[in-house]
Write a protein that binds this ligand. Structure first.
Ligand code: CA
Length: 224
């Protein structure tokens, strides 16, 4: 497994590189955002550990840029900040998980393994529903239109995660808590409104009449 650490504080980056190296990860280090983008464009990584406050290009911007470039490598934000605002910004910019410094190494490794595993599962299959096909690894839906060529619809990471989880549990009512837990991972209690927002944007893209994703009042969501 190949990991990129993006961290300008050498006192954190270098020992972390050594520790992860001992766990048989192959590790590169970028000390600023610009170097990080060059590394990411040149090499394929299984996971990116991304500091928020960085010289040249900050962590939020780095994450936004790589997602715009259709790179779906899992990103774990490393930061000293613990404000809700920053976390939401991180997730909106495409981060998969969040670890607040100072972090426990074994916990960080567990998080790395979780996001890597989920990402590789995502890549396995497309999922068909209604007149759509979801490609989780590409954050994309293809809509087939009778007698016409098909249309591609782009999704955000989290929209993809929510839709994929509902589709893999077709016919079951999935609670807000369960969705947050599976799609967001950490410190989930803060983000119930975020889920609502993502359901709303998803519906706008594929389900304006609310026929695909059903809201079960007080219980959660369901796709039949
Ligand atoms: Ca920093």
């Amino acid at each position: 497994m190949k990991i990129l650490i993006v961290e300008d504080e050498k006192d954190i980056a270098d020992p972390l590189k050594r520790s992860l190296g001992k766990q048989s990860f192959a590790v590169d280090v970028a000390y600023d955002g610009k170097a990080a983008l060059e590394f990411i464009r040149k090499n394929g990584y299984d996971c990116i550990l991304l500091d928020l406050n960085l010289p040249e290009v900050d962590g939020i911007k780095v994450s936004q840029i790589i997602r715009q470039e259709k790179n779906t490598t899992p990103v774990i934000m490393l930061t000293a900040r613990s404000q809700i605002y920053d976390k939401l910004k991180g997730f909106d910019a495409g981060a998969d998980d969040y670890v607040t410094k100072p972090f426990d190494l074994s916990e960080l490794i567990a998080r790395i393994n979780t996001v890597i595993k989920r990402n590789s599962l995502n890549k396995l299959n497309s999922l068909k529903f209604d007149k759509f096909e979801l490609f989780p690894d590409k954050n994309m839906i293809v809509r087939s239109i009778k007698g016409k060529s098909s249309e591609e619809i782009e999704l955000s990471n989290k929209e993809t995660g929510v839709l994929e989880y509902l589709l893999r549990n077709k016919g079951k009512i999935i609670s807000t808590e369960e969705l947050l837990e599976h799609v967001w991972d950490s410190e989930i209690d803060l983000f119930t409104d975020t889920l609502k927002t993502h359901i709303k944007t998803l519906r706008k893209k594929i389900d304006p009449d609310k026929k695909i994703i059903t809201t079960i009042r007080g219980k959660g969501y369901c796709i039949n």
